[in-house]
Design a protein around this ligand. Structure first.
Ligand SMILES: [Zn+2]
Length: 246
């Protein structure tokens, strides 16, 4: 039977990418469309995939960097003043202060001299115990290891699909997860102190785990590294890639 739920890659480039949009995704199911991150390229990337803001019912944020949250400003304004909607925002409590006080408030916090709150734009659902439900799906928020002293999360959907968000290699985490298909942050051509590198992933994870992983958040010039992706990993994620969820 064809699954009714799909996980879709909206963008798969690193923060500098001109070719692959921000590393954002979308879960489409009976409850609606849940974006996984909403970066500064989100509106254009969604448009290329046939979506507009009116199709976005909810957003989950992995961490507070521009390629993952700056699109929220546009979603907030257009939802409130153009669409008259208030999308759901699933948020880990540890991200709340950075997201509102230090990121969005400067733009969204004042309308005609009146102070605004995050809840004036979004139906904020703070996540309890790293888990929430969306439609028929159980989504676990998985703490990952991105930048020092910065909270960051991946997600695990129904013990079937793992999506790392931005992270370095996390063998102590990933080896304790059950999943069939994964999407994992990977620098390929360049080294970064806050992202997993292709070689580090290959060294840190068992080969059967690597074979389940599509690499994402890669550089525009990844081909320069001349790595044999398909021999080691499931492949490269690409914009529009869809995974049917059971
Ligand atoms: Zn990041």
């Amino acid at each position: 039977m064809q699954s009714e739920s799909q996980f879709k890659i909206i963008g798969c480039g690193n923060s500098e990418s001109l070719s692959h949009f921000n590393n954002n995704a979308l879960l489409a199911c009976s409850a609606g469309n849940l974006m996984i991150d909403c970066g500064h390229t989100a509106k254009q990337a969604l448009h290329q995939q046939g979506y507009s803001w009116s199709d976005i019912d909810a957003v989950y944020i992995t961490h507070v960097h521009g390629d993952h949250v700056f699109g929220l400003e546009r979603l907030a304004f257009e939802s409130r003043f153009k669409l008259n909607t208030r999308p759901t925002l699933f948020l880990e409590p540890s991200l709340e202060v950075d997201l509102w006080e230090h990121t969005l408030k400067g733009s969204l916090g004042n309308i005609n001299g009146e102070r605004q709150k995050l809840t004036d734009y979004f139906d904020v659902k703070l996540i309890s115990e790293n888990s929430f439900r969306y439609g028929p799906h159980t989504i676990r928020s998985i703490p990952v290891d991105h930048a020092p002293d910065k909270a960051a999360f991946g997600i695990l959907i129904d013990n079937y699909l793992f999506y790392s968000g931005d992270t370095k290699a996390i063998p102590e985490v990933i080896n304790n997860l059950t999943f069939e298909i994964g999407f994992h942050d990977a620098s390929i051509a360049d080294a970064s102190p806050v992202h997993a590198h292709f070689d580090a992933l290959q060294a840190a994870y068992p080969s059967d785990v690597c074979k389940k992983l599509f690499l994402m958040s890669y550089e525009d010039n990844w081909q320069l590294a001349n790595k044999d992706i398909r021999g080691v990993f499931a492949g490269l994620a690409y914009q529009g890639q869809m995974v049917a969820l059971p």
